[in-house]
Design a binder for this molecule. Sequence first.
Ligand code: GLC
Length: 556
Amino acid sequence: MSPVSPVGPVEETALAPAPEWWQSAVIYEVYPRSFADGDGDGVGDLAGLIARLPYIAALGVDGIWMTPFQPSPQVDQGYDVTDYCGMDPLFGTMEQFDTLLELAHALGLRILLDVVPNHCSSEHPLFQAALAAGPGSPEREMFHFVPGPLDMSDDGGGGSASGASDVPPNNWQSVFGGRAWSRANPGSATDTDWYLHLFSAGQPDWNWRNPAVGEYFDGVLRFWFDKGVDGLRIDVAHALFKADGLPDSPSTGGVVDGLRSNPQVSDQEDVHEVYRRWRALAEKYEPHRLLVGEVNLEPARAARYTRADEMQQAFAFAFVKLGWDPEAWAAVGNELEAARQLHGASPTWALENHDIVRTVTRFGGGELGSLRARAALVAMLGLPGPAYLYQGQELGLPEVDVPLESRMDPMWARGGVCRDGARVPLPWTEDAAQNFGFSLTGPPADPWLPQPAGWGANAIERQQQDPDSSLALVTKALEMRRLLWNDEVFGRNDGGTWRVEAGNLLICERSPEFFVAVAMGSESVRLPAGSVLLSAAPPAEDGWLQPNNAAWVLRA
Ligand code: GLC
């Protein structure tokens, strides 16, 4: 029931703005190099994605977010860009991209691209120009070049042969591990500059305090928006500005969360101005373009990036990282709800992406992990607000233990965790000779990351024949979501309140009429009275939910 407003229901309806498509959208993340390989070189590409677009459309999602395909030395699988408005030949041509966009739109799918404004590739022409121009030049002002102290000791102890000391400008650690600074010109006696890279040395950070950087990226946004791209996912959106003067950090943590816990490196107030400008730019286009942020901060801080005049969406990272723990789900759910009430925008739900251990494995692995991953998916798709799926999540793919010699992740190479296990090329068929259908032509080269033996057991072709498959469940959930979202009860974005009932039954109460339930304990639990609209597995007994099952329930 809608809350009764003093102006009465008629006026209320007239005043309510029509919901925007993105407020309830489900977007499918495509990691192009692992999705489908059209030319048989073992790396996924645009030809593969074009050929497989009907599969994505048939899933019933609203759009696709593609991770970077722009020209890049691929140090960080494309998150090190040399040309923000180009296409890496590894993936295809710009003509193919135009075709993709047209076909996707014809299938009713929107296309979001990744833009990486925190850093570029060290091969980017502007970084190369900065290196060549030398210390103190305007070219170096585009990045964070800082002179290191000279080594004043006689024997050069602790320093380099060049006379520059080995002490970087501050104590910041790279997200990937190791220090966040490298020498611009190692070995030079005159160039003592260091440059900042929050990620690998091949990814220098832009200096957003220089307005020329903002102008440059405004142009990048315009380029893609002019092409008809429907939106952009903003990489590391909270870290563009660093604390003035680049002071030492109180924390020296080098892991991804190091960014979060490091107040000098992220979440500076100035960054919001960028998103206000970009939102205004996005709304100059019809239809308005969507901005979704990778804002890896706690809910109350992250929600500030989705204030009415900033980005429309920011991933709910506190939710993305949850284990199988009802109290943690309820606490995070309520924290996100409190943030929504403060700043207006619904959380943007996700459980997986290309940086995170797959849910099947995270929730316990094997049969148990599979059940839980399905339950979590059903729960997520029942929550109010937009949601993102990561390719392969619909298949219930587990994290792969990629053999040491085959690992490609620069984070792992620098001592961090390895993210390759979530990036193994998709199994489309059971045909191992064809890289399990990942490669469309052949005989193909080996896939860029090896697919494990038995990968074909998860194949799309196989799951399409099986009414009990994970794929069938996701397709059904998306279909019901689409049908119900227009419904007065289900379609309201009123947020949700979370609690844990006896027996570790997690409940997200979306409205007086509708709730989502997840049985997170080890015994079956009785559901509050109502009818089950959808469940991850058929309930073993009427009115009860067996362990590791989830349901959408309409109250009696
Ligand atoms: C984001 C991306 C990740 C990448 C990093 C640096 O977190 O999702 O894959 O390594 O940014 O660009």
